[in-house]
Design a protein around this ligand. Structure first.
Ligand code: SF4
Ligand code: SF4
Length: 113
């Protein structure tokens, strides 16, 4: 797992998305990031998704972590979101300390093993 997520600490602030896009393209946008905020209609239900190589997704939601492969994909994105398949996969920020880990206010992200 490249990035670990302590799902119950996530506040849904979305800063990790902006940090990831800034590191990649030097712009702040939710459309270019490898980590995406996951929101549901349910009140206080949110988490993040991380795109890995080969279109594998880490879903980090209140109930815990799930690895989702392309073969069991359902539509997990909200309207207007850039399709997951068009985004770059997480490269763990190369040699740098992961931007998403550094910016997460409640420190729910950490570099994986
Ligand atoms: S580790 Fe880097 S590339 Fe991966 S989601 Fe975090 S900021 Fe994006
Ligand atoms: S920066 Fe941290 S608290 Fe904010 S949405 Fe991302 S994982 Fe959740």
């Amino acid at each position: 797992m490249p990035i670990n997520v302590d799902t119950l600490k996530c506040t849904g602030c979305g800063l990790c998305e902006l940090a990831c896009s800034f590191r990649r393209d030097r712009v702040f946008t939710t459309m270019r990031s490898s980590i995406m905020l996951h929101l549901d209609d349910k009140r206080n239900y949110f988490g993040v998704m991380i795109k890995l190589p080969n279109d594998v997704l880490i879903l980090a939601r209140p109930e815990g972590l799930e690895i989702q492969r392309p073969t069991d994909r359902k539509d997990e994105e909200g309207a207007g979101a850039k399709p997951i398949l068009l985004r770059e996969p997480c490269d763990e920020c190369g040699e740098e300390e992961p931007y998403c880990v550094r910016i997460c206010p409640p420190m729910c992200l950490s570099k994986g093993e």
